[in-house]
Design a protein around this ligand. Structure first.
Ligand code: NAP
Length: 339
């Protein structure tokens, strides 16, 4: 295993800022991942697992430990019947490449999750989802190295305790598991309307009435490329803030003061409020704060235009959070993890 030292994290994160990692290594098998972890543990070094770096912010001080770059490959059909195909995918596979392969196989279940950056192993961590689909709907199980018991474990879907953009991997069991593969079960049926509102609107506008996995994938890619800046040209982490969730009593107040506020019923007494709308209504759309631009097509996205480092981003973030809280009394939260 090759271990590199003093590696600039800005070269491995799409926001392109932050200090150095003291050590970094790449792992291509589950056994290599375990060896890297044990090596760091023997030296009492903290470990961080890095996938595509598209949902991670590096602080200016850098990371005084070992970054393990997850590169485990794999795409294996492990079951195939009349209605469905089950596939085991290596944690280091590029998520969108996986979506494309399954769409080419005419399988349904993740086609609306097209063009999401990052690796397959990162998808369960925040229960990634988009346009009405989420990984929790298709994930049968995953294999992870349990750093507490020093064993590989198979976690079934229920054990991951998925909820809206949440799982045990970023709440109760944060840092405990290194996911090495995921197993997803996809359907052989064609995608069925009605689709998620924004997607349905796009399909109606483009007069699309035949729905295949490929048509849905292409529609989502088109919607996303129009709303999201290309990180290769404009450094960003996609949505920088989580969509807000409010209780029904808060909603009554909000509706009284802001009758146009868009809300979506989550069916459990809570409502989603698009954070992009809150930021836009706070007058920040297209503004530049400390070298960080609030994207003019989607206020949920922050672009590193000319920030001198993490501090600038943190200052911009805090000013945006304050502006939204002052106007709406809603505390919005950052989505990407920090190292
Ligand atoms: P958007 O479509 O503008 O939606 C903003 C918010 O409104 C989200 O909370 C969304 O819920 C909700 N919403 C919109 N239409 C809805 C409907 N018909 N029914 C229920 N809720 C609705 O969001 P965006 O930022 O451009 O993102 C597009 C899609 O990508 C969304 O599905 C979003 O969740 C997803 N996304 C996921 C991640 C992630 O997994 N970390 C990051 C960025 C964006 P939903 O979130 O339930 O869709």
């Amino acid at each position: 295993m090759e271990i590199h030292t003093n590696i600039p994290l800005k070269n491995f994160t799409t926001m392109k800022l932050g200090g150095n990692a003291r050590f970094m290594t790449e792992v291509r098998t589950p056994e290599e991942a375990v060896a890297a972890f044990r090596n760091a543990k023997a030296q009492s070094l903290p470990v961080f697992i890095l996938g595509g770096g598209s949902n991670v912010i590096a602080q200016d001080a850098g990371f005084n430990g070992l970054i393990i770059r997850m590169r485990i490959p794999g795409f294996e059909v492990i079951n195939d019947d009349l209605n469905s195909t089950t596939i085991k995918v290596g944690a280091g596979e590029d998520w969108d490449a996986v979506v494309k392969r399954t769409v080419d196989m005419r399988l349904s279940g993740i086609e609306a999750m097209s063009a999401i950056p990052g690796t397959a192993g990162a998808a369960p961590v925040q229960n990634v989802g988009a346009y009405g689909q989420e990984i929790a709907d298709v994930l049968e199980s995953l294999i992870a190295y349990d750093t507490q018991t020093d064993n590989f474990v198979t976690l079934l879907n229920e054990a991951c305790e998925f909820s809206y953009r949440q799982s045990i991997f970023r709440s109760s069991q944060i840092g405990r598991y290194i996911i090495v593969s995921i197993t997803i079960k996809l359907s052989k049926n064609l995608p069925q309307p009605p689709f998620y509102e924004a997607l349905q609107t796009y399909l109606d506008q483009h007069d699309v009435h035949i729905f295949t996995q490929e048509i849905i994938r292409n529609a989502v890619i088109d919607i996303r490329t129009n709303k999201l800046p290309d990180p290769k040209l404009l450094p960003n982490t996609g949505s920088f803030f989580k969509n807000a969730i409010v209780e029904d009593w808060q909603l009554t107040d909000l509706k009284a003061n802001f009758p146009d506020i868009p809300t979506y019923d989550m069916g459990d007494g809570r409502f989603k409020v698009p954070t992009g709308w809150l930021i836009e209504q706070s007058g920040l759309k297209g503004k530049v704060l400390h070298g960080i631009k609030i994207h003019d097509k989607n206020s949920l996205v922050l672009i590193n235009q000319s920030a001198s480092g993490y501090r600038d981003l943190a200052n911009a973030r805090d000013e945006i959070i304050d502006a939204v809280r002052n106007k709406f009394k809603i505390q919005i939260e950052q989505e990407p993890l920090e190292i």
